[in-house]
Structures are given as C-alpha cells and as structure tokens.
Ligand binder design. Structure first.
Ligand code: ITT
Length: 201
C-alpha cells in the first residue's frame, strides 16, 4: 500500500494563470503539502467540451509529465443571455483580461438580463493516470455595466456576486474564497483530499 506521510506530498498546480495559482496557494495552505506551479515549458491544448473534461485532461497531463499528483482547475463565466457563453471559451474570448471584459460588456450593451454564473471544475490526478478526485463549484451573480474594484483577476471586476452586491474585484481574498466558485469547489474537495493524505478529520 502506498502510504502518504503528511507533509511529504507534492502537488503541482496544473495552471499557468497566476490569479488561480495564488488562490490555490491560499486554499491549500491548511494542508501539509508542498505546492509547485506547472513548469512553464508545458503547454496544454484544452480540447474538452466541458469544464470537467478540460480539468481532467490538464490534471492527467501534468501528473504524467511531472510524476507528481496534479490539481487542475477549468473555470469560466457563463452568461445566461448569451446562451452560456463565453463558458469553456472564457480564456479564449480575447487576448487579455481587459479585452475579454470589453468584449463581454459590448455584447451585453443592449441586454437587460445580466444574470451569469462562474463555474470551477477541479480534478486531482496521479502520475499513474488515475483520477483521484473531481468536483465542481458554482457562484451566481450579475454582469455589471462597468468594471468595479481592484482585487483579483480575469473577469472579477465585472462579476457582481449575488448575496453581497460586491464584484469579486471588490472582495478581499478571504471573502472571495468563501463565496466564489473556486472556494466552493475546493470545500467539496477537502474531505477527499484529507482522506488521500491520510489526515484525520
Ligand atoms: P490555465 O488553463 O493554465 O489554468 P486559463 O486562464 O487558461 O489558465 P481556463 O482555461 O480555466 O484557465 O480559463 C478560465 C477563464 O475564466 C480565464 O479567462 C480566467 O481569467 C477566467 N476566470 C476563471 N476563474 C475566474 C475568477 O475566479 N475570476 C475571474 N475570472 C476567472
């Protein structure tokens, strides 16, 4: 049996998005694991048709190439009036965060229904090609008319979280962690991760 001693385990975050990596470092800080970012030299084509498929393929590829457990996140913003777009294409919607925000605001210029939700699909895979854990988290909100706030990354300045009326970019990291899609997904992942790491409780 492969016994994992707490503190010995390395987890590679299968991401090149610095905003996501920062959030994962916070989320994983309570676990006795060593966190490393995906090597810069590795590029992964996201060929899946769902968030879960893309998370799986990123985690499997990084785990295989590095020989360590890997945690991947595939996430995006789904706008109801745009039939769920940009969805899994959120990163490919334009070339930079400001351009992605501008495109989305332009497309919604004449639209009253601003409802939207963020999704985060998380997957932990092993180098033996096993999917160890898979979960998903969501967060409901509205797309604002103009960007607000300076925290966070990506679409954060134009996503107003439903229960607070604050954009993610107006929230401190701890509040986004509690209410956001990634934090919610991670909460579902925690019991399984504790088990995998042979940790109590
Ligand atoms: P990796 O695949 O390397 O992790 P990526 O940025 O390409 O990086 P995705 O394919 O999952 O990641 O695309 C997610 C897109 O949705 C990307 O444009 C993000 O900026 C955006 N996004 C995801 N989570 C977000 C969040 O919490 N706040 C703001 N934007 C977010």
């Amino acid at each position: 049996m492969n016994i994992v001693k707490p503190g010995n385990k390395i987890i590679i975050i299968a991401s090149k998005n610095p905003g996501k990596i920062k959030e994962f470092r916070r989320l994983l800080s309570e676990f006795p694991v060593k966190i490393l970012a995906q090597p810069d030299s590795i590029d992964i084509e996201e060929t899946g048709e769902t968030f879960a498929e893309n998370a799986r393929l990123k985690a499997l590829k990084i785990a295989t190439l590095t020989g360590e457990w890997s945690l991947a996140d595939d996430s995006g913003l789904c706008v109801n009036a745009l039939a769920g777009a940009p969805g899994i294409y959120s990163a490919r919607y334009a070339n930079s965060d400001p351009e992605r925000i501008n495109r989305l605001l332009k497309e919604l210029q004449l639209i009253d229904d601003r409802s939207a939700f963020f999704i985060s699909a998380l997957c932990i895979a092993s180098p033996q090609q096993s999917i160890l854990l898979e979960v998903e988290g969501r967060c409901q909100g509205l797309i604002t008319n103009l960007p607000r706030g300076n925290y966070g990354f990506g679409y954060d300045p134009i996503f107003e979280e439903q229960s607070t009326g604050l954009t993610f970019a107006e929230m401190e990291a701890s509040q986004k962690e509690k209410l956001g899609h990634r934090g919610r997904a991670f909460s579902s992942l925690k019991p399984g991760l504790r088990n995998l790491l042979n940790l109590a409780g």
